[in-house]
Write a protein that binds this ligand. Structure first.
Ligand code: GTP
Ligand code: MG
Length: 194
């Protein structure tokens, strides 16, 4: 799984633009700057396919990435970015909600949280939203490279406790910098795809 054929199918703002296909989709959710685009790049073994940036709020639309004609990764704009207007936030909410609640192709959401910190109110709200709509969640605790291994257990427990994590969901400790959790992430994603 090292070499993948990847292309951007479409950047969509609403359901009218979603690709007409039966291919399964895995969407990414998480705070702005948590590392969603980096996660996709790491899984695809590409440097900057899904555009990453130190500037939060970079991803604006739903980006459908075709992976080997077998699935789409859907890169979603991050939430919790303070410097956007109320109007933009509402637009964002509408776009995400429409996608998550109506898209038949959606198999699971990779929900990313920063492993260093307690999940934010927004993180909790997103997790509760996904549970409410019975959308399978793959919880990815990222930026693990910033925490010493000896503290991983403590941080995992803290995140699970704060989210009231459902033990039937998958939990992956991940780093885009040193590729921690790369194989596990692919394994879990594949379990939802076929
Ligand atoms: P938006 O598109 O704005 O929502 O952000 P995003 O969630 O796509 O984040 P992105 O992948 O652009 O990464 C944001 C910043 O975090 C970049 O500076 C990345 O280099 C950094 N980053 C991402 N993943 C990791 C990681 O695993 N470890 C470390 N140390 N930094 C990371
Ligand atoms: Mg992004």
């Amino acid at each position: 799984f090292n070499i993948h054929n990847v292309s951007l199918t479409i950047s969509a703002a609403s359901s009218k633009q979603y690709p007409e296909t039966d291919m399964p989709e895995i969407a990414l959710a998480g705070r702005s700057n948590v590392g969603k685009s980096s996660f996709i790049n790491t899984l695809l073994n590409r440097k900057n396919f899904a555009r990453t940036s130190g500037r939060p709020g970079k991803t604006q639309l739903l980006n459908f990435f075709n992976i080997d004609d077998t699935l789409h990764f859907v890169d979603v704009p991050g939430y919790g970015y303070a410097r956007v207007s109320k109007k933009e936030r509402e637009k964002w909410g509408g776009m995400i909600e429409e996608y998550l609640t109506t898209r038949a192709n959606l198999r699971a959401v990779v929900s990313l949280v920063d492993m260093r910190h307690e999940p934010s109110a927004d993180d909790i709200q997103m997790y509760e939203f996904l549970k409410y709509y019975e959308i399978p969640v793959i919880l990815v605790a990222t930026k693990a490279d910033k925490i010493p291994r000896s503290k991983w257990n403590k941080h995992e427990s803290m995140i699970k406790r704060t989210l009231q994590f459902d033990s039937t969901d998958d939990f992956v400790i991940f780093s885009s910098f040193d590729k921690t959790g790369l194989d596990q992430a692919w394994q879990v994603i594949e379990s939802f795809v076929d």
